[in-house]
Design a protein around this ligand. Sequence first.
Ligand code: NAP
Length: 487
Amino acid sequence: MSATETPVRELGHWIGGQWTEVGETFDDLDPFTGEIVARVAAAGRGEAKEAIDAAAGAFAAWSQTPPAERQGVFLKAADLLEARGDDVVSWLARETGSTFGFGMFQLHFVAGLFRQAAALAYAPIGQIIPSDVGAFSMGLRRPVGVVGAIAPWNAALILSARSIASPLALGNTVVLKPSELSPYIGGLVWGEIFAEAGLPAGVLNIVTHAPGSAGEIGDELVENPAVRRINFTGSTAVGRKLAEAAGRNLKRVVLELGGYNPLIVLADADLEFAVNASAFGAYLHQGQICMSARRIIVERPIAEEFTQRLAEKTKGLKAGDPKEHDTIIGPLINESALEMVKSRVDEAVSKGAKVLAGGDGSGSVYNATLLTDVAEDSDFARNETFGPVAAIEVVDNANEAVERANATSYGLASGIITSDADRGLELAQRIQAGIVHINDQPVGDEPQMPFGGVKDSGWGRFGGTAAVEEFTELHWITVGKPHPFPF
Ligand code: NAP
């Protein structure tokens, strides 16, 4: 199977190093045109169990595979991904509505992620701990076994790759459940690439499912005793359910959840930079990024000019077909996402919000929208709105800005734009978020960074050495501990 064919493809699951019979399928749709881009196998709990069995069977050998071999697989996967770059970016547009710029960003990020995972194969796996009884005492990190990975559609390439890369590089085996909205480019593509890169059969398994079946696949991953860890990237609502189920099964889970991310613009900011950074942070990938800037909190002395310039900039962002390379705002992922964004804006307006730009759309596209005067009790002010909508809030000083930034149940990403880095650093430490960028907007990631949130944005970290803590088990082993009792 190759990703270079464009006619409608039929895609089976990737289990135990084989493509399964396609069997019952569901339609995988282009969110901009509504066309079918693939017909994809629809798993139930049985296929999820088969995938887990395959992963469990492959664990003993893979966990003992020398680091050089694990490293080699990831280096090759990075090269293979880059070699198919055009095709991958085209699939991102067709399956998820990703614009060319965001598609290219995802492509290069993931190549880097795999090269970083290659280095992880050589991460130190333990420590020697001094013993008071003369034992040679070690804390040894070992792979945990089968890891269940549940990924969303929004940055499909990055988030599915992130969910499998460090667990695999550290010697675990994986069952990936992609979103039904990105089954190929957020899932099955990794079966193709890692098979060619030489990953042994059963080490990575991928099961796709029809709309409405995510729950049963998730239940199997949480309840099957062979699965020892779960990582979940998605909404806070689903993450909360999963955490409850994982708790009942005493299973550790990494939760990368939603955000309601503040961007503070202080009065000493470079205005041109602040306007451009705000537009980028709010509207990249039509605001369908967990880190998107939703609230732009501006100090009063620059508020009027900043607002007017950002509104102009927002009105000028080209919306439409994501396959045209200069499109900035592509489609929302589906009809229900579009309806949710519209209803949040309409409700905010009914409660007094002013629309400074956008507030309308065409077909599956909703234009970049800038609001102000959003009432505290509106749905927009209380929840993450996953679309191209941001709101400006004006404050009197930096302390009030921090208070406003923290006035949310979420705590994922944030930004502070100021020309005084010391002041930025002092404020950053008071912001309740897993990630704070000084002199930048909230959207940003690098594979080796400890990415993750606090409060309702989840717990646990992907990235670099933080992943070692998440996807290995710490064993205490002693040698030669003298017996203390005269027995
Ligand atoms: P979602 O509905 O929670 O879905 C995420 C994943 O969970 C998908 O694979 C989904 O499958 C699956 N799922 C749904 N119900 C499930 C269940 N009962 N058991 C197990 N899995 C289940 O999230 P989304 O709306 O697709 O994604 C957007 C959300 O993700 C936003 O809130 C965004 O902020 C958040 N996000 C967070 C991060 C981060 O790193 N913190 C990154 C990206 C996105 P189906 O899609 O097939 O239903």
